[in-house]
Design a protein around this ligand. Structure first.
Ligand SMILES: [Zn+2]
Length: 353
């Protein structure tokens, strides 16, 4: 029995609406499909780790691409397994004697989701035997990297006796191309072909996404806004990572750590244009199942069209990009051969049991 979970990075439901997807539709007809909720902050690693641990951040500990360490008073990338507070489903299955594999786009993610896997590889730096079999992967900033990952997953299913396989693609195309644009249509067709090929080979499959994607036109400088109010604070923009080509480190979610005072001092922030919600620690933890000890004094979420980042002069500026991070990119599509109904994308592995 081979269980396959495919996470199509940035596969917003609007892409499915804009392009014909016969493979996806057939799985939905014969099994089930629909939309489910991803995790907030709606970021790649948060959701990949959520899916692979089958757990919310409150349990698995992964709260963003970047975190703030108050004791050292510095921000750092949250991109290695030391940040995980629980085992992955793949680790538990490997410990039970099963053969498991994980294929992801980037090296840093493979360290977190590929622990104890017989095969744990990235498109960024694949082992020679995989590149020899599937071809050299296009660069991870190219549109072809996602199709290469699904091809590599098909190759593993064809050549190995796996009990479980996780494959996760990259969101460079949805960051750069909206639904219906030619490059997006090509990508959607490649994802559709790949998912159909996986469904043919696995005994049970869930395909879903980590987060959606929206066009962003407004940038709010939270540091400048807090400064203007005379508040000494650390703003952690949660999308911040080393892969800035995708999103320019502009996303719609931030944790705010106040050096003095508490979340009540941030009430005014709700009225700043481009800010949709300011959730104090306990509220954020409860609503999005986040660990209360790692989200600062408040979680700040943007509107559908806004991101948080530096503005040259003042608090509010204009941008033109596609990005994610807020609860507006939380809804994701799914299909499964099992007929199960998924409430959350983190239910993907449990839905196969
Ligand atoms: Zn992503």
């Amino acid at each position: 029995m081979t269980h396959v979970v495919a996470c199509l990075d940035g596969f917003d439901p609007e892409y499915l609406a804009a392009t014909e997807t016969p493979g996806w539709d057939r799985i939905a007809d014969e099994g089930s499909g629909g939309t489910c909720e991803g995790l907030v902050p709606s970021l790649t690693n948060v959701n990949n780790v959520g899916i692979v641990t089958a757990a919310f951040p409150a349990e698995n500990g992964l709260t963003g691409n970047t975190y703030y360490d108050p004791e050292r008073d510095e921000q750092a990338f949250m991109n290695d397994p030391s940040h995980l507070r629980c085992e992955t489903v793949l680790q538990r299955r490997a410990a039970a004697g099963e053969t498991v594999a994980a294929l992801v786009a980037k090296d840093k993610l493979v360290e977190m989701v590929g622990q104890d896997c017989e095969v744990a590889a990235s498109a960024e730096n694949p082992p020679d035997w995989l590149a020899d079999a599937v071809g050299e992967p296009p660069g991870i900033y190219s549109g072809g990297a996602s199709a290469w990952l699904l091809d590599a997953a098909v190759h593993l299913l064809d050549t190995r006796d796996l009990d479980a396989l996780y494959v996760s693609t990259t969101d460079v195309i949805p960051h750069k191309h909206g639904p219906g644009e030619p490059a997006a249509e090509e990508w959607v067709r490649e994802m559709d072909d790949g998912v159909a090929a996986l469904a043919e080979r696995g005994d049970a499959l869930v395909a879903t996404a980590d987060h959606g994607m929206n066009h962003k036109s407004v940038c709010v400088d939270l540091d400048a806004a807090l400064d203007r109010e005379g508040l000494d604070a650390e703003v952690v923009r949660l999308i911040t990572d080393e892969h800035t080509y995708h999103h320019q480190n502009l996303g719609g979610a931030a944790y705010v750590y106040l050096r003095d005072g508490d979340a009540a001092d941030l009430d005014w922030l709700r009225d700043v244009d481009g800010v949709e919600e300011v959730l104090p620690t306990d509220e954020a933890a409860e609503r999005f199942r986040l660990p209360a000890d790692a989200v600062g004094d408040a979680l700040v979420l943007g509107t559908e069209s806004s991101v948080f980042g530096p503005v040259d002069d003042g608090v509010r500026g204009e941008v033109d990009l596609r990005s994610h991070g807020s609860h507006h990119e939380r809804e994701v599509p799914y299909v499964t051969t099992t007929g199960a109904t998924l409430e959350y994308n983190v239910d993907a592995f449990p839905a196969l049991e």
